[in-house]
Design a protein around this ligand. Structure first.
Ligand code: F6P
Length: 342
């Protein structure tokens, strides 16, 4: 059995841990592995590497991905989609394990409907894939946000300022909510709950009145101010999957808060720091469990499925279920965060 593996979309810590687990367990079944370079791009214009025991040795703690990644969407053109199917056949891949978020796994679902034997592994720092409690990479991103908030806390307090911290997450506020709770944020803003700037200023003023001369505001990049009626974007350009580049909410808010309250305000954009570097222990274990189950699914001949975490069990669900809608923030969780606002 020749199994292809690819990593697609934005990278996240834990990708290499999945690759290692898939290959090490797969060798026990006597399988061979073809690493596909740079996501779907490596199947549109074939670019592959043999994954040997040596290739996957020592990669568990490494961030990024030894295979490279891209946001290539082969389903955008019939020619590319045909090329992918042709190349999978020419490379004699019996199955393809696709490690990705909703975009990459959406392609895997479509290929499965065309007869290609695909398996999905849920990766994204955004934690927005349905059917799984957690995607790997999320825990690491939350740890980095927490680390940053701890540091920003002392300088913000020392200068009696308002600090707005912009975090990733696209259309979901999971990173903002978990990071904000862990880092003791005074206000958390998420895309799922449009907000009034005056309300945010109210929290900041309330703290001041209570003798707290500083505030930390965590804003998800996709948070929606009612005043603007939409997310703040970098430009109008979209990527191959139709996503606009989000960003700017932190700067916008810091300016508005300073204008409306007179309190000196600053902003920090954590950006790609949240995706880089070594995975946490939690993400290494989760990624390893996902990888082991993914190759078992290949061995059992169960395709068109994505491995998932439900409770503490690794299960599998259809790729279609996983990618049909985004998993947005659970309002119970947001209510827990709101207890600490102001
Ligand atoms: O999907 C993960 C993610 O990190 C989002 O949170 C963010 O909006 C986006 O990727 C950034 O993508 P890029 O790497 O293309 O800047």
């Amino acid at each position: 059995m020749n199994v292809g593996i690819l990593t697609g979309g934005g990278d996240c810590p834990g990708l290499n841990a999945v690759i290692r687990a898939v290959v090490k367990k797969g060798f026990q079944y006597g399988y061979e592995f073809t690493g596909i370079k740079n996501g779907w791009k490596g199947l549109v214009e074939p670019s592959t590497v043999k994954l040997t025991k040596d290739a996957v040795s020592g990669i568990l703690p490494l961030g990024g991905t030894i295979l490279g990644t891209s946001r290539t969407n082969p389903m955008k053109s019939a020619r590319d989609a045909e090329a992918v199917i042709r190349n999978i056949n020419e490379l004699k891949l019996d199955a393809v394990i696709c490690i990705g978020g909703d975009d990459t796994l959406g392609v895997a679902a479509k290929l499965y409907s065309k007869g290609i034997k695909t398996i999905g592994v849920p990766k994204t720092i955004d934690n927005d894939l349905s059917g799984t409690d957690f995607t790997f990479g999320f825990d690491t991103a939350v740890s980095i946000v927490t680390w940053a908030l701890d540091r920003l806390h002392s300088t913000t307090e020392a200068h009696q300022r308002v600090m707005v911290v912009e975090v990733m997450g696209r259309h979901a506020g999971w990173i903002a909510v978990y990071g904000g709770i862990a880092g003791g944020a005074d206000v958390i803003l998420i895309p799922e709950k449009p907000f009034d700037i005056d309300e945010v200023c109210g929290h900041v003023k309330k703290r001041k009145a209570a003798g707290k001369n500083f505030s930390l505001v965590v804003a998800a990049e996709g948070a929606v101010p009612r005043e603007t009626g939409g997310m703040i974007t970098k430009d109008r350009e979209t990527d191959a999957f139709g996503h606009v580049k989000l960003g700017g909410i932190g700067e916008f808010l810091a300016r508005e808060i300073e204008k409306k309250t007179g309190f000196e305000s600053r902003h920090v954009v954590l950006g790609h720091l949240q995706r880089g570097g070594t995975p946490t222990a939690y993400d290494r274990v989760l990624a390893t469990r996902y990888g082991l189950r993914a190759i078992e699914l290949v061995h059992e001949g169960k395709f068109g499925r994505m491995v998932a975490l439900q409770g503490n069990k690794i299960v599998d669900i259809t790729l279609e279920e996983a990618t049909s809608k985004l998993k947005t923030v659970d309002m119970e969780m947001f209510k827990a965060a709101q207890v600490f606002f102001g």
